[in-house]
Design a protein around this ligand. Sequence first.
Ligand SMILES: [Ca+2]
Length: 158
Amino acid sequence: MVVSTFLLVIIGVTTTTYAVVTNVAQGKSAYQSTTLGTYVASKGVDGNTDSDMMNGRCFHTKSAAENWWYVDLGQIYGTIRLIEVFSRTDCCAERNQKIAVQIGTSLDNMQQVKYWSSQIWDYESVVFPQNQAVRYVKLVHTANTYFHLCEIKVYSQT
Ligand SMILES: [Ca+2]
């Protein structure tokens, strides 16, 4: 009895509530302005961050003055706090610049939450100090070249 009480106290002290975060972008519908070869938009949310384009896990547009890619999360998530971006690393890193990150609950009310004017790193993130209501995450690329990234993760707290 004494031992049981002791264990209960230990459990009570050490139990902490952690927020569970889930990547709600994985496997959702994704779209892009144009597609080069087989590097379709869904490669950006296939759950694989492999940064070698030749392994077929990245999306890739044709070259244009402006390119875009977005994911539809399928519903509005009210507790988005983090977006992660994984870049292609096997070549062409200089193309990864002039990228705006937009979020919104509809494609008609997107707001820009980040803009990388110069070349980004292999991994970048956008952290929100407060919960955001998000259904769409869109990246607009205006570097006047090809646009390619390997994974976009959008985390919701549950
Ligand atoms: Ca991927």
